[in-house]
Design a protein around this ligand. Structure first.
Ligand code: PLP
Length: 355
């Protein structure tokens, strides 16, 4: 079956050059060659996240690092911001790890605001908060800088951020915003295959981890730090992905971070204009995602049939998530996607929808 060009919100399309980087010959993960690769990559990730904190490489998908952040950074009680399938799931992860976790919940399609966070944290009950920057199920991008500003008022609260579908697409100045853990898997805006997750971990979070028991074994931040300082990971990493990430970071930095973010904004605007012309946007106004548009199916079309027709032309978009399956559909505009590709997709959609 021919490959369908992916416009789904992850995994995203991987360029041939990066697929080739995955096929580089294996090297030993305790070799000087690997440490050289690791140490070459580390500053590029720090530059992307505008941080002096270490950026660790976790061989797992983002869910694993949700768990890591909870186990290492929650002492007593965590506040979980919930607004869709993924942010909701982080709360489940917290309770599954035996932590007390409260919900700060808004309906799907709505944003979490700084005011809501301030009010909840002012109770003084929490030593950590989880925030999903960009809720992939609804296409809502929270104003993370404003939320982070408010969290600064509570210096004992660790700010744990899922930037899974925003990192490498929009600016996240980790140190300026005081983010303690900022995590993202590679299969979204990094435009690489799944299997590796990157996360910055602040010195404050590392100090806090020292005071927390049962951090687990595979995801112990203190162990990660020890190996990070040697240019290694505690266990065997997904070496092909590390090669590909190193290559892709060169391309991301060569494009220019500002240019990359501007491209994402421009693509988002094109898709939003199209969505408003033909349907409506599911996300609350002012919080539309820079990386995907969740289109409200106001015309009651069959999303399943639409995707089948696209599939015949070797293209895929995404249906709505869970209960929104036929009520919305999602078009991703992240990673290495270019304007001509998005315009091509929209013109095909136009032609299908006319018939
Ligand atoms: N967080 C967000 C915002 C996501 O979109 C996803 C997956 O799409 C996840 C977390 C979970 O990622 P994974 O299934 O790769 O562990």
């Amino acid at each position: 079956m021919p490959h369908k060009r992916l416009f789904i919100p992850g995994p995203t399309e991987v360029r041939a050059e990066n697929l080739a980087a995955l096929a580089r010959p294996q090297i030993g993960h305790r070799s000087a060659e690997f440490s050289e690769l690791y140490n070459r990559l580390a500053p590029k990730l720090a530059q992307l996240l505008e941080t002096k904190a270490p950026v660790f490489l976790f061989t797992c998908s983002s869910t694993g690092v949700w768990e890591a952040a909870i186990r290492n950074c929650v002492k007593e009680r965590v506040l979980c911001c919930m607004q869709g399938a993924f942010s909701d799931r982080w709360h489940k992860v917290a309770t599954a790890n035996g932590k007390q976790a409260d919900k700060l919940q808004v309906p799907w399609g709505k944003a979490i605001t700084a005011e809501m966070v301030d009010k909840a944290l002012s109770s003084g009950k929490y030593d950590a908060i989880t925030v999903v920057h960009n809720e992939t199920a609804t296409g809502v991008m929270n104003h993370l800088g404003e939320i982070a500003d408010v969290v600064k008022k509570y210096p004992d609260v660790a700010l744990l951020v899922d930037a899974v579908s925003s990192m490498a697409a929009t600016r996240i100045p980790v140190d300026a915003w005081g983010i303690d853990v900022c995590l993202a898997g590679l299969q979204k805006a990094f435009a690489l295959p799944a299997g590796l997750t990157v996360a910055s971990v602040s010195s404050r979070a590392l100090d806090k981890a020292k005071t927390i028991e049962n951090r687990g074994y595979y995801f112990d931040f203190l162990d990660m730090l020890k190996y990070h300082e040697r240019g290694q990971t505690p266990a065997t990493p997904a070496i092909p992905q590390v090669h590909a990430l190193d290559a892709q970071m060169d391309d991301i930095l060569a494009e220019g971070l500002d240019a990359r973010y501007a491209r994402h904004d421009a693509l988002a605007r094109i898709v939003r204009d199209w969505a408003r012309r033909h349907f409506a946007i599911f996300a609350e106004e002012g919080y539309e995602s820079a990386t995907l548009t969740c289109v409200a199916n106001t015309r009651g079309i069959s999303v399943g049939d639409l995707n089948k027709e696209l599939g015949r032309q070797w293209v895929a978009i995404s249906n709505g998530y869970g209960d929104l399956k036929e009520k919305t559909f999602r078009i991703a505009h992240m990673g290495d996607t270019q304007e001509w590709e998005i315009r091509g997709l929209l013109s095909v959609l136009d032609r299908i929808l006319v018939h």
